[in-house]
Design a protein around this ligand. Structure first.
Ligand code: FAQ
Length: 309
């Protein structure tokens, strides 16, 4: 397609007109969206696993119901997002295949283990908190189906964050052991949560173009900074601390300074060497294989119906 189409396309974006699936779009825009939306969908589905680990061990019926509802919400998010990606011309089976073959990524955060009950609270507060910070601007993403899917996702994520915070608040007022458990979970989840926002801006190959196309509205570092500013205040309510000796309010910049992120650890997790990468991928591949008979039965039924009609 000639530059004329591209100019018109960029003009539409600049005027805040949503791009819809049947509109003309540059191939690279389509591919960027398929990459981001499918990886987002995979993250929601793989993200069910660390929390699923605690359903049978939730400390009360109330906590169990909340946890079940939250995990089901994550499944729903995955489904809206797969459906949004399908409008760009990729099938759900292709997306699954890319995940199972290790060609498509999912969020680094879900390669960490949930060792104690407090981890479930920390995931709600910190992981869902980071997710909201990143996803609220995606409600204004230039691609219509993605933006619309994100509206409901964000409403649900906001309940997830509150339930996580409330669960930690209860622990933080409990016995010495519960307090220790709460602090330990915060210590282990804090740095991996900062990595969720992606590499620093000067090492993020996709940010510039994605911002020009208004797929992303803020850079990785901008969102990470907003998250630090928010959590550094909320942690005070819990009377807990963040595991960063360099965390300090900077009067001049009107923001919190924080310590160096271990980007080597991030790279290792992305390369498949995180604490739970293998376990997560094995679980997803097994679910796919165990579901083969359902897919076969559904196909056989569809074929029979099409002959009958
Ligand atoms: N993990 O150039 P950039 C949730 C990859 S929330 C793994 O900066 P981009 C809710 C990136 O894909 C979590 N890979 O890339 C929940 C790219 O690789 P590629 C999911 C990462 O796309 C809560 C390369 O590094 N949220 O699930 C990560 O412009 C609790 C270079 O990076 C979303 O997906 C990472 N953390 O910016 C569920 C939000 N960061 O693809 C259950 C939508 C970067 O070229 C329980 N996504 N990479 O091979 C986004 O906003 C963006 O894609 C970013 C990355 C910000 C994640």
């Amino acid at each position: 397609m000639g530059t004329n189409f591209e100019e018109q396309f960029q003009q539409k974006i600049d005027q805040e007109t949503k791009i819809e699936p049947k509109d003309w779009m540059p191939q690279k825009y389509r591919h960027t969206l398929i990459r981001q939306i499918s990886q987002h969908a995979h993250s929601e589905i793989v993200g069910m696993l660390p929390e699923g680990n605690w359903i049978t061990r939730a400390p009360s019926l109330k906590r169990k119901s909340i946890l079940l509802a939250k995990i089901q919400d994550e499944a729903g998010h995955g489904l809206y997002l797969y459906a949004a990606a399908e409008t760009l011309g990729i099938s759900r089976d292709e997306m699954y295949e890319q995940l199972h073959e290790g060609k498509a990524k999912y969020s680094s955060i879900f390669n960490y283990p949930t060792l104690t009950w407090a981890d479930i609270g920390a995931i709600g507060w910190l992981v869902d908190g980071a997710a909201i910070m990143n996803q609220v601007p995606l409600c204004r993403s230039s691609f219509g189906p993605y933006a619309r899917a994100m509206v409901r996702v964000c409403k649900e994520e906001s309940f997830h964050q509150r339930q996580g915070f409330e669960s930690l608040l209860v622990l933080s007022k409990g016995t010495e052991e519960q307090k220790r458990m709460c602090q330990d979970a915060i210590n282990r989840w804090w740095w991996p949560c900062l990595m969720m926002f992606g590499p620093p801006d000067d090492e993020s190959p996709n940010t510039l173009q994605s911002m020009q196309w208004k797929i992303k509205r803020f850079s990785n570092d901008e969102l990470r900074q907003k998250f630090v500013n928010m959590i550094a205040e909320q942690v005070k309510v819990l009377h807990m601390t963040l595991p960063d000796p360099d965390l300090k309010w900077n009067e001049e910049k009107n923001q919190y300074d924080f310590g160096k992120i271990n980007w080597e650890e991030f790279k290792q997790v992305l390369q498949g060497n995180g604490p739970c990468n293998k376990e997560r991928m094995d679980a997803r591949r097994k679910a796919w294989e165990d579901g083969a008979w359902v897919r076969e039965a559904a196909n056989a039924y569809a074929a029979k119906k099409s002959i009958a009609s």
